[in-house]
Design a protein around this ligand. Sequence first.
Ligand SMILES: NC(=O)C1=CN([C@@H]2O[C@H](COP(=O)(O)OP(=O)(O)OC[C@H]3O[C@@H](n4cnc5c(N)ncnc54)[C@H](OP(=O)(O)O)[C@@H]3O)[C@@H](O)[C@H]2O)C=CC1
Ligand SMILES: CC(=O)C(=O)O
Ligand SMILES: [Mg+2]
Length: 548
Amino acid sequence: MTKGPLPADLPRGMDLLHTPRLNKGTAFSEEEREALGLVGLLPEGVDTEENRLRRVMLQLDKKSTDMGRYIFLQSLADNDRTLFYKAIMSDPVRFMPIVYTPTVGEACRTYGHIMRRPKGIYLSINRRGRVAEILRNWPEKDIRFIVVTDGERILGLGDLGTNGMGIPIGKLNLYTACAGVPPRMALPVMIDVGTNNEALLRDPLYLGLRQPRVRGPEYDSFLDEFVTAVQEVFPSCCIQFEDFANINAVPLLQRYRDKVCCFNDDIQGTAGVAVAGILAALRMTGKPLAEQQFLFLGAGSAGTGIASLIVQVMQQAGLSEAEARQRCWLFDVNGLLVESRNDLASFQRPFAHAAPPANDFVTAIESLKPTGIIGVSAVPRAFNQLVIEAMARLNERPIIFPYSNPTSHAECTAEEAYRWSEGRAIFASGSPFPPVRLGDRTLIPGQGNNVYIFPAVGLAVFATEATRVTDQMFITAARAVAAQVSEADLAAGLIYPPLSGILEASIHVAVDVARTIFAAGLARVDEPADLEAFIRSRMWQAHYRQLI
Ligand SMILES: NC(=O)C1=CN([C@@H]2O[C@H](COP(=O)(O)OP(=O)(O)OC[C@H]3O[C@@H](n4cnc5c(N)ncnc54)[C@H](OP(=O)(O)O)[C@@H]3O)[C@@H](O)[C@H]2O)C=CC1
Ligand SMILES: CC(=O)C(=O)O
Ligand SMILES: [Mg+2]
Protein backbone atom coordinates (compact mmCIF):
# COMPACT_ATOMS: atom_id res chain seq x y z
CA MET A 1 0.00 0.00 0.00
CA THR A 2 1.45 3.35 -0.98
CA LYS A 3 0.89 6.45 1.14
CA GLY A 4 -0.19 8.65 -1.77
CA PRO A 5 1.24 9.06 -5.27
CA LEU A 6 4.89 8.16 -5.79
CA PRO A 7 7.16 11.03 -6.87
CA ALA A 8 7.42 11.01 -10.66
CA ASP A 9 11.22 11.08 -10.53
CA LEU A 10 11.56 8.12 -8.13
CA PRO A 11 13.59 5.49 -10.00
CA ARG A 12 12.29 1.94 -10.05
CA GLY A 13 13.58 -1.58 -10.31
CA MET A 14 17.25 -1.97 -11.12
CA ASP A 15 17.62 1.82 -11.56
CA LEU A 16 16.58 2.27 -7.93
CA LEU A 17 19.09 -0.36 -6.76
CA HIS A 18 21.72 1.59 -8.71
CA THR A 19 20.84 4.95 -7.14
CA PRO A 20 23.13 5.15 -4.07
CA ARG A 21 21.17 8.05 -2.54
CA LEU A 22 17.99 5.95 -2.35
CA ASN A 23 19.18 2.37 -2.46
CA LYS A 24 18.40 0.27 0.61
CA GLY A 25 19.17 -3.10 -1.00
CA THR A 26 17.84 -5.95 1.09
CA ALA A 27 16.25 -3.44 3.49
CA PHE A 28 13.50 -2.52 1.01
CA SER A 29 10.23 -3.58 2.63
CA GLU A 30 7.78 -5.97 1.01
CA GLU A 31 5.50 -2.98 0.34
CA GLU A 32 8.31 -1.05 -1.37
CA ARG A 33 9.38 -4.09 -3.38
CA GLU A 34 5.85 -4.49 -4.77
CA ALA A 35 5.33 -0.80 -5.51
CA LEU A 36 8.77 -0.11 -6.98
CA GLY A 37 9.31 -3.09 -9.25
CA LEU A 38 11.87 -4.77 -7.02
CA VAL A 39 10.26 -8.19 -6.58
CA GLY A 40 12.69 -10.87 -7.68
CA LEU A 41 15.57 -8.40 -7.94
CA LEU A 42 16.37 -9.07 -4.28
CA PRO A 43 16.46 -12.25 -2.20
CA GLU A 44 13.33 -12.89 -0.11
CA GLY A 45 14.95 -11.94 3.19
CA VAL A 46 14.14 -8.41 4.37
CA ASP A 47 16.96 -6.86 6.38
CA THR A 48 16.99 -4.23 9.08
CA GLU A 49 19.43 -1.33 8.84
CA GLU A 50 21.37 -2.89 11.71
CA ASN A 51 21.67 -6.22 9.91
CA ARG A 52 23.04 -4.53 6.82
CA LEU A 53 25.55 -2.69 9.00
CA ARG A 54 26.55 -5.99 10.60
CA ARG A 55 27.25 -7.45 7.15
CA VAL A 56 29.43 -4.43 6.26
CA MET A 57 31.45 -4.85 9.46
CA LEU A 58 31.88 -8.55 8.80
CA GLN A 59 33.26 -7.85 5.34
CA LEU A 60 35.51 -5.06 6.61
CA ASP A 61 36.95 -7.40 9.23
CA LYS A 62 38.01 -9.77 6.48
CA LYS A 63 40.11 -7.08 4.74
CA SER A 64 43.74 -7.24 5.74
CA THR A 65 44.76 -3.61 4.95
CA ASP A 66 43.33 -0.13 5.43
CA MET A 67 43.62 0.44 1.67
CA GLY A 68 41.40 -2.61 1.17
CA ARG A 69 38.94 -1.12 3.67
CA TYR A 70 39.11 2.29 1.92
CA ILE A 71 38.29 0.73 -1.45
CA PHE A 72 35.49 -1.33 0.08
CA LEU A 73 33.95 1.69 1.82
CA GLN A 74 34.13 3.92 -1.26
CA SER A 75 32.43 1.17 -3.27
CA LEU A 76 29.80 0.96 -0.55
CA ALA A 77 29.19 4.71 -0.94
CA ASP A 78 28.65 4.09 -4.68
CA ASN A 79 26.10 1.46 -3.85
CA ASP A 80 24.26 2.53 -0.69
CA ARG A 81 25.18 5.98 0.57
CA THR A 82 23.13 5.75 3.77
CA LEU A 83 24.84 2.54 4.80
CA PHE A 84 28.27 4.04 4.04
CA TYR A 85 27.60 6.95 6.40
CA LYS A 86 25.97 4.72 8.98
CA ALA A 87 29.12 2.60 8.99
CA ILE A 88 31.67 5.40 9.31
CA MET A 89 29.56 7.35 11.81
CA SER A 90 29.18 4.23 13.96
CA ASP A 91 32.83 4.44 15.01
CA PRO A 92 34.71 7.62 13.96
CA VAL A 93 37.87 6.56 15.81
CA ARG A 94 38.07 3.43 13.67
CA PHE A 95 36.91 4.85 10.36
CA MET A 96 38.35 8.37 10.18
CA PRO A 97 41.89 7.06 9.60
CA ILE A 98 40.49 5.06 6.68
CA VAL A 99 38.28 7.57 4.86
CA TYR A 100 40.65 10.41 5.81
CA THR A 101 44.30 10.80 6.81
CA PRO A 102 46.45 8.72 6.68
CA THR A 103 44.80 6.16 4.36
CA VAL A 104 43.34 8.75 1.97
CA GLY A 105 46.93 9.85 1.30
CA GLU A 106 47.88 6.37 0.17
CA ALA A 107 44.66 6.20 -1.86
CA CYS A 108 45.56 9.45 -3.63
CA ARG A 109 49.04 8.20 -4.49
CA THR A 110 47.46 5.32 -6.39
CA TYR A 111 44.08 6.82 -7.30
CA GLY A 112 44.38 6.04 -11.01
CA HIS A 113 44.95 2.40 -10.11
CA ILE A 114 42.17 1.89 -7.59
CA MET A 115 39.49 4.05 -9.22
CA ARG A 116 36.14 2.37 -9.77
CA ARG A 117 33.28 4.80 -10.32
CA PRO A 118 33.98 8.52 -10.78
CA LYS A 119 32.67 10.82 -8.04
CA GLY A 120 32.44 14.56 -8.53
CA ILE A 121 33.28 16.91 -11.37
CA TYR A 122 36.56 17.09 -13.31
CA LEU A 123 37.22 20.51 -14.84
CA SER A 124 40.01 20.28 -17.35
CA ILE A 125 41.61 23.52 -18.49
CA ASN A 126 41.18 22.20 -22.02
CA ARG A 127 37.43 22.80 -21.49
CA ARG A 128 37.88 26.47 -20.69
CA GLY A 129 34.82 28.51 -21.61
CA ARG A 130 32.52 25.58 -20.75
CA VAL A 131 32.75 25.41 -16.94
CA ALA A 132 29.14 26.47 -16.24
CA GLU A 133 27.87 23.97 -18.81
CA ILE A 134 29.93 21.18 -17.19
CA LEU A 135 28.72 22.07 -13.68
CA ARG A 136 25.17 21.72 -15.02
CA ASN A 137 25.98 18.10 -15.93
CA TRP A 138 25.95 17.34 -12.19
CA PRO A 139 22.58 15.73 -11.41
CA GLU A 140 21.93 17.60 -8.15
CA LYS A 141 20.83 21.22 -8.48
CA ASP A 142 21.03 22.54 -4.89
CA ILE A 143 24.75 22.29 -4.16
CA ARG A 144 25.82 24.04 -0.94
CA PHE A 145 29.44 22.91 -0.64
CA ILE A 146 32.16 22.40 -3.17
CA VAL A 147 35.56 21.20 -2.01
CA VAL A 148 37.94 21.99 -4.84
CA THR A 149 41.60 21.20 -5.39
CA ASP A 150 44.01 21.34 -8.30
CA GLY A 151 45.98 18.48 -6.75
CA GLU A 152 49.27 20.33 -6.42
CA ARG A 153 49.83 19.95 -2.64
CA ILE A 154 47.97 16.84 -1.54
CA LEU A 155 48.58 16.54 2.23
CA GLY A 156 52.39 16.51 2.54
CA LEU A 157 52.68 14.34 -0.58
CA GLY A 158 53.12 17.11 -3.14
CA ASP A 159 51.76 17.20 -6.69
CA LEU A 160 49.45 14.24 -7.32
CA GLY A 161 47.54 15.78 -10.23
CA THR A 162 44.01 14.46 -10.61
CA ASN A 163 44.86 11.60 -8.22
CA GLY A 164 44.23 14.26 -5.58
CA MET A 165 40.47 13.87 -6.13
CA GLY A 166 40.47 11.56 -3.09
CA ILE A 167 40.88 14.64 -0.89
CA PRO A 168 37.73 16.63 -1.88
CA ILE A 169 35.79 13.36 -1.68
CA GLY A 170 37.20 12.56 1.78
CA LYS A 171 36.67 16.10 3.10
CA LEU A 172 33.05 16.07 1.96
CA ASN A 173 32.52 12.64 3.52
CA LEU A 174 33.50 14.33 6.79
CA TYR A 175 31.09 17.25 6.30
CA THR A 176 28.36 14.63 6.58
CA ALA A 177 29.92 12.13 8.99
CA CYS A 178 31.18 14.76 11.46
CA ALA A 179 28.49 17.44 11.13
CA GLY A 180 25.42 16.03 9.38
CA VAL A 181 25.64 18.23 6.27
CA PRO A 182 23.34 16.56 3.68
CA PRO A 183 25.54 14.56 1.28
CA ARG A 184 23.29 15.41 -1.64
CA MET A 185 24.36 19.03 -1.36
CA ALA A 186 28.09 18.35 -1.57
CA LEU A 187 30.18 18.28 -4.73
CA PRO A 188 33.88 17.34 -5.01
CA VAL A 189 35.67 19.22 -7.81
CA MET A 190 39.05 18.59 -9.41
CA ILE A 191 40.61 21.39 -11.43
CA ASP A 192 42.91 19.66 -13.92
CA VAL A 193 45.61 21.96 -15.26
CA GLY A 194 48.16 19.15 -15.73
CA THR A 195 50.78 17.82 -13.34
CA ASN A 196 54.52 18.20 -12.88
CA ASN A 197 54.74 14.76 -11.31
CA GLU A 198 56.90 12.85 -13.80
CA ALA A 199 56.02 9.44 -12.37
CA LEU A 200 52.32 10.11 -12.94
CA LEU A 201 52.92 11.43 -16.44
CA ARG A 202 54.66 8.12 -17.22
CA ASP A 203 51.98 5.98 -15.52
CA PRO A 204 49.69 4.45 -18.17
CA LEU A 205 46.87 4.30 -15.60
CA TYR A 206 47.05 8.02 -14.74
CA LEU A 207 43.77 9.67 -15.71
CA GLY A 208 44.50 13.40 -15.78
CA LEU A 209 45.82 15.71 -18.48
CA ARG A 210 49.29 14.60 -19.57
CA GLN A 211 50.95 17.97 -19.65
CA PRO A 212 52.96 20.23 -17.34
CA ARG A 213 50.91 22.46 -15.05
CA VAL A 214 49.47 25.59 -16.61
CA ARG A 215 50.44 28.67 -14.59
CA GLY A 216 50.06 32.44 -14.72
CA PRO A 217 47.23 34.39 -16.35
CA GLU A 218 45.78 31.32 -18.09
CA TYR A 219 45.48 29.53 -14.72
CA ASP A 220 44.06 32.60 -13.02
CA SER A 221 41.42 33.17 -15.66
CA PHE A 222 40.37 29.49 -15.50
CA LEU A 223 39.93 29.79 -11.72
CA ASP A 224 37.96 33.02 -12.29
CA GLU A 225 35.74 31.19 -14.72
CA PHE A 226 35.24 28.43 -12.13
CA VAL A 227 34.29 30.78 -9.28
CA THR A 228 31.94 32.78 -11.51
CA ALA A 229 30.32 29.63 -12.88
CA VAL A 230 29.71 28.30 -9.35
CA GLN A 231 27.89 31.55 -8.47
CA GLU A 232 25.74 31.17 -11.58
CA VAL A 233 24.94 27.44 -11.38
CA PHE A 234 24.88 26.96 -7.57
CA PRO A 235 24.11 30.42 -6.11
CA SER A 236 23.96 29.21 -2.48
CA CYS A 237 27.24 27.32 -2.64
CA CYS A 238 30.25 27.80 -0.35
CA ILE A 239 33.61 26.96 -1.96
CA GLN A 240 36.28 25.29 0.16
CA PHE A 241 39.72 25.60 -1.44
CA GLU A 242 41.81 22.58 -0.47
CA ASP A 243 45.37 21.43 -1.00
CA PHE A 244 46.45 24.03 -3.54
CA ALA A 245 50.17 24.89 -3.52
CA ASN A 246 50.70 28.11 -1.58
CA ILE A 247 51.62 30.08 -4.72
CA ASN A 248 47.97 29.68 -5.69
CA ALA A 249 46.26 29.06 -2.35
CA VAL A 250 47.13 32.43 -0.84
CA PRO A 251 46.25 34.63 -3.87
CA LEU A 252 43.02 32.68 -4.49
CA LEU A 253 41.85 33.32 -0.94
CA GLN A 254 42.82 36.99 -1.14
CA ARG A 255 41.02 37.36 -4.47
CA TYR A 256 37.72 35.80 -3.46
CA ARG A 257 37.27 35.91 0.32
CA ASP A 258 35.41 39.23 0.28
CA LYS A 259 33.57 38.58 -2.97
CA VAL A 260 31.99 35.13 -2.54
CA CYS A 261 31.23 32.60 0.17
CA CYS A 262 34.53 30.70 0.37
CA PHE A 263 37.44 29.77 2.58
CA ASN A 264 40.74 27.96 2.43
CA ASP A 265 40.79 24.98 4.76
CA ASP A 266 44.59 24.66 4.89
CA ILE A 267 44.98 28.33 5.81
CA GLN A 268 41.90 29.08 7.91
CA GLY A 269 40.62 25.66 9.02
CA THR A 270 44.08 24.61 10.15
CA ALA A 271 44.50 27.92 11.95
CA GLY A 272 41.25 27.26 13.77
CA VAL A 273 42.33 23.84 14.97
CA ALA A 274 45.76 25.11 16.06
CA VAL A 275 44.26 27.97 18.06
CA ALA A 276 41.81 25.52 19.64
CA GLY A 277 44.67 23.24 20.67
CA ILE A 278 46.66 26.13 22.09
CA LEU A 279 43.71 27.45 24.10
CA ALA A 280 43.05 24.00 25.55
CA ALA A 281 46.77 23.50 26.27
CA LEU A 282 46.76 26.76 28.23
CA ARG A 283 43.85 25.47 30.30
CA MET A 284 46.22 22.62 31.17
CA THR A 285 49.22 24.79 32.04
CA GLY A 286 47.29 27.73 33.50
CA LYS A 287 49.53 30.14 31.55
CA PRO A 288 48.15 33.18 29.66
CA LEU A 289 48.09 33.31 25.86
CA ALA A 290 49.84 36.68 25.86
CA GLU A 291 52.96 35.05 27.33
CA GLN A 292 53.26 32.32 24.72
CA GLN A 293 55.90 32.24 22.01
CA PHE A 294 55.44 30.03 18.93
CA LEU A 295 58.01 28.76 16.47
CA PHE A 296 56.78 27.17 13.26
CA LEU A 297 58.66 24.72 11.10
CA GLY A 298 57.21 25.56 7.68
CA ALA A 299 56.06 28.94 6.44
CA GLY A 300 53.55 28.03 3.76
CA SER A 301 49.76 28.10 3.68
CA ALA A 302 49.27 26.36 7.02
CA GLY A 303 52.15 28.09 8.84
CA THR A 304 51.24 31.63 7.84
CA GLY A 305 47.53 30.87 8.25
CA ILE A 306 47.98 29.65 11.82
CA ALA A 307 50.34 32.50 12.71
CA SER A 308 47.91 35.06 11.34
CA LEU A 309 45.00 33.70 13.42
CA ILE A 310 47.16 33.48 16.55
CA VAL A 311 48.05 37.15 16.06
CA GLN A 312 44.34 38.02 15.86
CA VAL A 313 43.50 35.98 18.97
CA MET A 314 46.39 37.55 20.88
CA GLN A 315 45.07 40.98 19.88
CA GLN A 316 41.70 39.97 21.32
CA ALA A 317 43.65 39.08 24.50
CA GLY A 318 45.00 42.64 24.68
CA LEU A 319 48.30 42.64 22.80
CA SER A 320 49.01 45.09 20.00
CA GLU A 321 49.46 43.60 16.53
CA ALA A 322 53.22 44.27 16.70
CA GLU A 323 53.49 42.60 20.12
CA ALA A 324 51.51 39.61 18.89
CA ARG A 325 53.70 39.24 15.79
CA GLN A 326 56.78 39.20 18.02
CA ARG A 327 55.34 36.03 19.54
CA CYS A 328 55.11 34.14 16.22
CA TRP A 329 58.31 33.10 14.45
CA LEU A 330 58.49 31.04 11.29
CA PHE A 331 61.35 28.89 10.04
CA ASP A 332 61.38 27.40 6.54
CA VAL A 333 63.74 25.54 4.26
CA ASN A 334 66.11 28.53 4.25
CA GLY A 335 65.96 29.23 7.97
CA LEU A 336 64.26 31.81 10.16
CA LEU A 337 62.03 34.35 8.44
CA VAL A 338 63.99 37.56 9.00
CA GLU A 339 63.80 40.91 7.26
CA SER A 340 67.21 40.55 5.61
CA ARG A 341 66.00 37.57 3.55
CA ASN A 342 65.23 38.39 -0.06
CA ASP A 343 63.62 35.08 -0.99
CA LEU A 344 60.35 35.59 0.86
CA ALA A 345 56.94 35.69 -0.82
CA SER A 346 54.70 38.66 -0.07
CA PHE A 347 52.42 36.55 2.17
CA GLN A 348 55.47 35.61 4.29
CA ARG A 349 56.85 39.16 4.65
CA PRO A 350 54.52 40.17 7.54
CA PHE A 351 56.07 37.34 9.59
CA ALA A 352 59.71 38.32 8.96
CA HIS A 353 61.40 39.85 12.01
CA ALA A 354 64.24 42.29 12.47
CA ALA A 355 66.61 39.62 13.75
CA PRO A 356 69.82 37.94 12.65
CA PRO A 357 69.44 34.98 10.28
CA ALA A 358 69.41 31.47 11.76
CA ASN A 359 69.67 28.27 9.79
CA ASP A 360 69.54 25.74 12.55
CA PHE A 361 66.18 24.94 14.14
CA VAL A 362 67.61 23.95 17.54
CA THR A 363 69.65 27.16 17.68
CA ALA A 364 66.47 29.09 16.87
CA ILE A 365 64.69 27.30 19.72
CA GLU A 366 67.48 28.15 22.13
CA SER A 367 67.49 31.83 21.20
CA LEU A 368 63.72 32.41 20.88
CA LYS A 369 62.65 30.17 23.79
CA PRO A 370 59.30 29.18 22.30
CA THR A 371 56.61 27.66 24.51
CA GLY A 372 55.29 25.76 21.50
CA ILE A 373 56.57 24.42 18.17
CA ILE A 374 54.21 23.73 15.28
CA GLY A 375 55.28 21.49 12.41
CA VAL A 376 53.73 22.33 9.06
CA SER A 377 56.70 21.55 6.83
CA ALA A 378 55.81 18.03 5.61
CA VAL A 379 59.36 17.06 6.60
CA PRO A 380 59.28 13.64 8.30
CA ARG A 381 61.05 13.45 11.67
CA ALA A 382 62.25 17.08 11.55
CA PHE A 383 61.42 17.32 15.27
CA ASN A 384 64.32 15.09 16.24
CA GLN A 385 65.62 14.26 19.70
CA LEU A 386 67.67 17.48 19.92
CA VAL A 387 64.58 19.57 19.06
CA ILE A 388 62.30 17.88 21.59
CA GLU A 389 64.95 17.88 24.31
CA ALA A 390 65.59 21.60 23.75
CA MET A 391 61.85 22.29 24.12
CA ALA A 392 61.69 20.12 27.24
CA ARG A 393 64.66 21.98 28.80
CA LEU A 394 62.94 25.33 28.26
CA ASN A 395 59.40 24.39 29.28
CA GLU A 396 57.79 22.37 32.02
CA ARG A 397 55.03 21.44 29.51
CA PRO A 398 56.32 22.06 25.97
CA ILE A 399 53.64 22.32 23.28
CA ILE A 400 54.64 20.02 20.41
CA PHE A 401 52.34 19.94 17.38
CA PRO A 402 53.70 17.89 14.43
CA TYR A 403 50.76 18.77 12.20
CA SER A 404 52.03 17.50 8.84
CA ASN A 405 50.07 14.76 7.10
CA PRO A 406 49.92 11.90 6.44
CA THR A 407 51.59 9.98 9.28
CA SER A 408 54.70 9.30 7.18
CA HIS A 409 55.30 13.08 6.98
CA ALA A 410 54.71 13.94 10.65
CA GLU A 411 57.59 15.95 12.15
CA CYS A 412 57.76 13.40 14.99
CA THR A 413 55.76 10.51 16.37
CA ALA A 414 53.82 10.68 19.63
CA GLU A 415 56.14 8.12 21.14
CA GLU A 416 59.19 10.25 20.29
CA ALA A 417 57.68 13.46 21.66
CA TYR A 418 56.68 11.82 24.94
CA ARG A 419 59.87 9.80 25.39
CA TRP A 420 62.28 12.67 24.65
CA SER A 421 60.31 15.05 26.90
CA GLU A 422 59.97 12.52 29.74
CA GLY A 423 56.22 12.47 29.18
CA ARG A 424 55.83 16.25 29.63
CA ALA A 425 54.93 17.22 26.05
CA ILE A 426 51.47 18.58 25.29
CA PHE A 427 51.16 16.76 22.00
CA ALA A 428 48.83 16.76 19.01
CA SER A 429 49.50 15.52 15.48
CA GLY A 430 47.73 15.98 12.15
CA SER A 431 47.24 12.24 11.67
CA PRO A 432 46.38 9.91 14.55
CA PHE A 433 48.91 8.04 16.66
CA PRO A 434 48.03 5.20 19.04
CA PRO A 435 48.37 5.62 22.83
CA VAL A 436 51.93 5.52 24.16
CA ARG A 437 53.06 3.52 27.17
CA LEU A 438 55.75 5.38 29.15
CA GLY A 439 56.80 3.69 32.40
CA ASP A 440 53.56 3.03 34.24
CA ARG A 441 51.65 5.77 32.38
CA THR A 442 49.56 5.54 29.22
CA LEU A 443 49.59 8.81 27.27
CA ILE A 444 46.85 9.47 24.73
CA PRO A 445 47.93 11.66 21.82
CA GLY A 446 45.37 14.08 20.38
CA GLN A 447 44.71 14.68 16.69
CA GLY A 448 45.20 18.33 15.71
CA ASN A 449 43.42 18.27 12.42
CA ASN A 450 41.14 20.76 10.70
CA VAL A 451 38.41 18.10 10.80
CA TYR A 452 37.48 19.64 14.17
CA ILE A 453 36.77 22.91 12.35
CA PHE A 454 35.60 22.74 8.73
CA PRO A 455 32.60 20.39 9.13
CA ALA A 456 31.27 22.47 12.05
CA VAL A 457 31.84 25.78 10.26
CA GLY A 458 30.23 24.15 7.22
CA LEU A 459 27.15 23.13 9.22
CA ALA A 460 26.78 26.70 10.52
CA VAL A 461 27.22 28.16 7.02
CA PHE A 462 24.70 25.68 5.63
CA ALA A 463 22.08 26.27 8.32
CA THR A 464 22.35 30.07 8.25
CA GLU A 465 22.94 30.28 4.47
CA ALA A 466 25.83 32.59 5.25
CA THR A 467 27.04 34.86 2.49
CA ARG A 468 30.71 34.98 3.56
CA VAL A 469 33.19 33.06 5.70
CA THR A 470 35.26 35.29 7.97
CA ASP A 471 38.32 34.79 10.18
CA GLN A 472 36.16 35.61 13.19
CA MET A 473 34.11 32.50 12.42
CA PHE A 474 37.30 30.42 12.75
CA ILE A 475 38.21 32.15 16.02
CA THR A 476 34.74 31.38 17.35
CA ALA A 477 35.10 27.78 16.17
CA ALA A 478 38.51 27.50 17.84
CA ARG A 479 37.18 28.79 21.15
CA ALA A 480 34.18 26.47 20.92
CA VAL A 481 36.34 23.41 20.17
CA ALA A 482 38.58 24.24 23.15
CA ALA A 483 35.47 24.65 25.32
CA GLN A 484 34.36 21.13 24.33
CA VAL A 485 37.42 19.67 26.04
CA SER A 486 36.25 18.49 29.45
CA GLU A 487 38.28 18.64 32.66
CA ALA A 488 38.49 14.84 32.46
CA ASP A 489 39.91 15.07 28.92
CA LEU A 490 42.50 17.60 30.11
CA ALA A 491 43.40 15.38 33.05
CA ALA A 492 43.98 12.55 30.58
CA GLY A 493 46.29 14.83 28.56
CA LEU A 494 43.79 15.50 25.74
CA ILE A 495 43.55 18.98 24.22
CA TYR A 496 40.89 18.15 21.64
CA PRO A 497 37.47 16.63 22.25
CA PRO A 498 37.55 12.84 21.76
CA LEU A 499 36.99 11.90 18.11
CA SER A 500 34.38 9.38 19.23
CA GLY A 501 32.08 12.31 20.01
CA ILE A 502 32.97 14.54 17.07
CA LEU A 503 29.38 14.81 15.78
CA GLU A 504 28.05 16.27 19.05
CA ALA A 505 31.16 18.46 19.42
CA SER A 506 30.63 19.82 15.89
CA ILE A 507 27.01 20.68 16.67
CA HIS A 508 28.07 22.78 19.67
CA VAL A 509 30.78 24.46 17.61
CA ALA A 510 28.29 25.11 14.79
CA VAL A 511 25.87 26.77 17.22
CA ASP A 512 28.54 29.26 18.31
CA VAL A 513 29.67 29.90 14.74
CA ALA A 514 26.06 30.43 13.67
CA ARG A 515 25.72 33.02 16.45
CA THR A 516 28.76 34.82 15.04
CA ILE A 517 27.23 34.70 11.56
CA PHE A 518 23.96 36.24 12.77
CA ALA A 519 25.81 38.89 14.78
CA ALA A 520 27.81 39.88 11.69
CA GLY A 521 24.65 40.18 9.61
CA LEU A 522 25.88 37.50 7.21
CA ALA A 523 22.91 35.11 7.49
CA ARG A 524 20.25 34.75 4.82
CA VAL A 525 17.69 33.20 7.20
CA ASP A 526 15.93 34.71 10.21
CA GLU A 527 17.63 34.13 13.54
CA PRO A 528 15.71 31.37 15.35
CA ALA A 529 14.88 31.59 19.07
CA ASP A 530 16.47 28.20 19.75
CA LEU A 531 19.67 28.09 17.69
CA GLU A 532 20.72 24.59 18.72
CA ALA A 533 17.31 23.09 17.87
CA PHE A 534 17.44 24.93 14.54
CA ILE A 535 20.93 23.59 13.72
CA ARG A 536 19.91 20.06 14.68
CA SER A 537 16.78 20.28 12.54
CA ARG A 538 18.91 21.02 9.46
CA MET A 539 21.12 17.95 9.88
CA TRP A 540 20.97 14.85 7.73
CA GLN A 541 20.55 11.51 9.47
CA ALA A 542 22.09 8.26 8.27
CA HIS A 543 18.84 6.32 8.29
CA TYR A 544 16.87 4.76 5.47
CA ARG A 545 13.79 6.70 4.44
CA GLN A 546 10.51 5.00 3.76
CA LEU A 547 10.04 5.55 0.03
CA ILE A 548 6.35 4.86 -0.19
N1 LIG B 1 46.89 19.04 10.70
C1 LIG B 1 46.16 19.70 9.82
O1 LIG B 1 44.94 19.92 10.01
C2 LIG B 1 46.80 20.22 8.59
C3 LIG B 1 48.05 19.83 8.23
N2 LIG B 1 48.63 20.33 7.10
C4 LIG B 1 49.93 19.81 6.73
O2 LIG B 1 50.90 20.82 6.79
C5 LIG B 1 51.89 20.54 5.83
C6 LIG B 1 52.20 21.83 5.08
O3 LIG B 1 51.06 22.29 4.40
P1 LIG B 1 51.10 23.72 3.68
O4 LIG B 1 51.48 24.78 4.62
O5 LIG B 1 49.83 23.86 2.95
O6 LIG B 1 52.27 23.47 2.63
P2 LIG B 1 53.22 24.55 2.00
O7 LIG B 1 53.93 23.88 0.87
O8 LIG B 1 52.48 25.80 1.74
O9 LIG B 1 54.28 24.86 3.17
C7 LIG B 1 55.33 24.00 3.52
C8 LIG B 1 56.38 24.86 4.18
O10 LIG B 1 57.40 24.01 4.70
C9 LIG B 1 58.65 24.54 4.28
N3 LIG B 1 59.67 23.51 4.25
C10 LIG B 1 59.91 22.57 3.29
N4 LIG B 1 60.99 21.85 3.60
C11 LIG B 1 61.46 22.35 4.77
C12 LIG B 1 62.55 22.04 5.59
N5 LIG B 1 63.39 21.06 5.28
N6 LIG B 1 62.74 22.76 6.71
C13 LIG B 1 61.90 23.76 7.03
N7 LIG B 1 60.83 24.09 6.30
C14 LIG B 1 60.61 23.40 5.17
C15 LIG B 1 58.37 25.10 2.93
O11 LIG B 1 59.41 26.00 2.53
P3 LIG B 1 59.62 26.30 0.96
O12 LIG B 1 58.32 26.82 0.46
O13 LIG B 1 60.70 27.27 0.94
O14 LIG B 1 59.96 24.96 0.38
C16 LIG B 1 57.06 25.82 3.21
O15 LIG B 1 57.28 27.02 3.87
C17 LIG B 1 51.38 19.41 4.97
O16 LIG B 1 52.01 18.21 5.36
C18 LIG B 1 49.93 19.32 5.30
O17 LIG B 1 49.45 17.99 5.25
C19 LIG B 1 48.01 21.27 6.32
C20 LIG B 1 46.75 21.68 6.63
C21 LIG B 1 46.02 21.13 7.75
C1 LIG C 1 44.38 18.11 6.93
C2 LIG C 1 44.66 18.85 5.72
O1 LIG C 1 43.84 19.62 5.26
C3 LIG C 1 45.94 18.68 5.07
O2 LIG C 1 46.80 17.98 5.59
O3 LIG C 1 46.11 19.27 4.01
MG1 LIG D 1 44.31 20.15 3.25
